[in-house]
Design a protein around this ligand. Structure first.
Ligand SMILES: Cc1cc2nc3c(=O)[nH]c(=O)nc-3n(C[C@H](O)[C@H](O)[C@H](O)COP(=O)(O)OP(=O)(O)OC[C@H]3O[C@@H](n4cnc5c(N)ncnc54)[C@H](O)[C@@H]3O)c2cc1C
Ligand SMILES: *[C@@H]1O[C@H](CO)[C@@H](O)[C@H](O)[C@H]1NC(C)=O
Ligand SMILES: *[C@@H]1O[C@H](CO)[C@@H](O)[C@H](O)[C@H]1NC(C)=O
Ligand SMILES: *[C@@H]1O[C@H](CO)[C@@H](O)[C@H](O)[C@H]1NC(C)=O
Ligand SMILES: *[C@@H]1O[C@H](CO)[C@@H](O)[C@H](O)[C@H]1NC(C)=O
Ligand SMILES: *[C@@H]1O[C@H](CO)[C@@H](O)[C@H](O)[C@H]1NC(C)=O
Length: 484
């Protein structure tokens, strides 16, 4: 490690010659003497900055950094937070870099704390427990769990940070069977705003643990987390049916999806997406049927969509690491695109709204050749997650049935204004027929303009703000998705 730090320190340089505060500071001078030799530090202008700063998925509303630091030990993180706090240097700890919302653009002239060194995974098979570092990605746990016959409800792609997703709740195809990711979180160790290393669980700092499960990025940096893991379902094999339908089938497809509003089996997850096929020159409605069980049990659900006349169909029998790590990650894990997401949580599938949206999406895509969005509705059973009382965690929206995400991407930035206008109108249209009287927004899917009540729940905010006063009174954390 020593040679790496020497070269890192050697190329570290900043705009000013002395440690400072706010928008200009010399990170090497300020932090270097207080961190271990494995820590890398670089100013933005240094040639080695790119290897120290954390990766970033979306170029839209990206944070701006004066410097980056990649700590090697927990005590390094404690020192960094303490010193940054003392000097009023804004910072953002990042891991896989998939956070995308206007709030990330609010992080300006900051210090990036790259958590990549905290990527440990250890599994206690007999106790059904897994402990991961604060810098792990979901892809780090798929294979180790499968190898010992276990599973955890994760997000759906390998490239997303475990803690970034978990601290907002954590959704994914396994949630019908196992609930939100937070529902399996047992304890964490974290660095709080004072620089202290604290534990939080149902019995230790239980209020903090409550807040972490839904609003967690406002309270500190998790260095390590322990989850309860489950024996794998169907020996770790899952059925995936992928169907692609012509535009004219939109109403029949959405109606089939709506037939699951009252009941969807916990083993079943549906992804229903709108895309525009540039080769064919028309839109597609696509359905992915994911079934955690034998092919024979999945068959009725495959048949239901097969009967609607798909243009293309592929049915596979896969391991869950292949489902999440390969198939569902294809195309979405590439960094560097302009990704400007919008989202709304739904309590029902309003076929007329979906169909109206699809028509407008088709028109919009035809008029904007660089628009390459995937608008996907993820439908999961919320029976198991509903067994955890609303009061048990900060996460406010256990009643969401369908997470609708407008994954907007485009290469021509001049269409951004049009994308925003269209997306806001679609979001409002879905909100109006969502079955909810107030906006329900999964915080990790936000655009950034929804406000704290939509992301955290009005009824949760008072307690969250009291806890914020206790644990982070000077608001060192939480700029991307603040409680205020
Ligand atoms: C392609 C893609 C797929 C996705 N799939 C899913 C999914 O299946 N399920 C789901 O729930 N969400 C999903 N998301 C949303 C995802 O949960 C959020 O984008 C999440 O914030 C990403 O975390 P990250 O570490 O990748 O990003 P980063 O930008 O590195 O971090 C995001 C936020 O988390 C904080 N953070 C990260 N690590 C820690 C830590 N150890 N301690 C404290 N704070 C931390 C950061 O400070 C930042 O505020 C997806 C997003 C994308 C782009
Ligand atoms: C930052 O501080 C380091 C260590 O004190 C020093 O070597 C370097 O020259 C400083 N950089 C600038 C730009 O002043
Ligand atoms: C797009 O349409 C073309 C022509 O119909 C087809 O060959 C291709 O497979 C489609 N692409 C996707 C991603 O469905
Ligand atoms: C699914 O794949 C596994 C492993 O190849 C195989 O044992 C099983 O028979 C397959 N099931 C079906 C229904 O094809
Ligand atoms: C969606 O389906 C309805 C009913 O079949 C149809 O009238 C409409 O044109 C379809 N939308 C598109 C974009 O094809
Ligand atoms: C980009 O979009 C703008 C606005 O729609 C349009 O005028 C322009 O021609 C587009 N540029 C390219 C290269 O397509």
């Amino acid at each position: 490690m020593a040679p790496r730090i020497l070269s890192a320190l050697a190329f570290a340089a900043t705009a000013t010659a002395f440690p400072g505060s706010g928008s200009s500071f010399n990170a090497t001078a300020l932090f270097g003497p207080h961190v271990s030799s494995g820590t890398l530090i670089a100013a933005f202008s240094d040639p080695g900055f790119a290897s120290v700063v954390g990766p970033r998925w979306s170029t839209w509303e990206a944070p701006t950094y004066v410097a980056a630091i990649k700590p090697a030990t927990v005590s390094d993180i404690q020192q960094i937070v303490k010193i940054a706090g003392q000097h009023q240097i804004p910072f953002l700890a990042t891991n896989a870099g998939h956070g995308a919302a206007t709030g990330y653009g609010d992080v300006q002239n900051a210090l990036n704390i790259n958590l990549a060194h905290f990527n440990s995974v250890s599994i206690d098979v007999a106790a059904s427990r897994m402990t991961v570092g604060g810098g792990t990605k979901f892809g780090d746990v798929f294979d180790p769990l499968f190898a010992v016959g276990k599973e955890l409800q994760t997000g759906n792609t390998w490239c997303v940070g475990v803690m970034g997703a978990t601290l907002g709740g954590g959704i994914g195809a396994f949630q019908g069977l196992h609930g939100l990711v937070i529902d399996s979180l047992e304890s964490v160790e974290m660095v709080t705003a004072s620089g202290a290393l604290v534990k939080a669980s149902k019995t230790v700092n239980s209020d903090l643990f409550w807040a972490l499960r839904g609003a967690g990025t406002n309270f500190g940096i998790v260095t390590e987390a322990t989850f309860e893991v489950h024996d794998y379902t169907n020996s770790g094999r899952v059925v995936l049916g992928q169907f692609s339908f012509p535009p004219a089938a939109n109403v029949s497809v959405y109606s089939a999806v709506a037939s699951f509003d009252r009941y969807i089996p916990p083993e079943l997850a549906l992804f229903v997406s709108a895309t525009f096929n540039r080769t064919a020159g028309e839109s597609r409605v696509n359905v992915a049927v994911i079934y955690f069980g034998p092919v024979a049990d999945a068959q009725p659900f495959l048949d239901k969509f097969d009967a609607l006349g798909p243009l293309a169909k592929v049915v596979r029998n896969l391991t869950t690491p292949d489902l999440f790590g390969k198939v569902l990650s294809t195309g979405v894990c590439n960094d560097g695109g302009r990704q400007n997401p919008y989202h709304v949580g739904l309590g029902r599938t309003d076929v007329a709204t979906f169909s109206k949206f699809f028509g407008e999406f088709d028109t919009f895509a035809k008029a904007h050749p660089s628009y390459a969005a995937v608008v996907v509705a993820q439908r999961y059973s919320n029976v198991v997650m509903g067994q955890t009382p609303d009061t048990a965690t900060a996460y406010p929206w256990r009643d969401i049935k369908t997470y609708l995400l407008f994954s907007n991407t485009y290469t021509n930035n001049s269409i951004e204004g049009d994308v925003d206008v269209a997306s806001k109108s679609w979001r409002a249209m879905f909100e109006a027929t969502s079955g909810f009287s107030t906006p329900h927004m999964y915080v990790n899917y936000d655009h950034g303009d929804e406000g704290p009540a939509a992301k955290y729940g009005a009824r949760k905010l008072a307690k969250l703000r009291v806890l914020k006063q206790i644990w982070d009174p000077h608001h060192l954390f939480g700029t991307p998705n603040p409680l205020y």
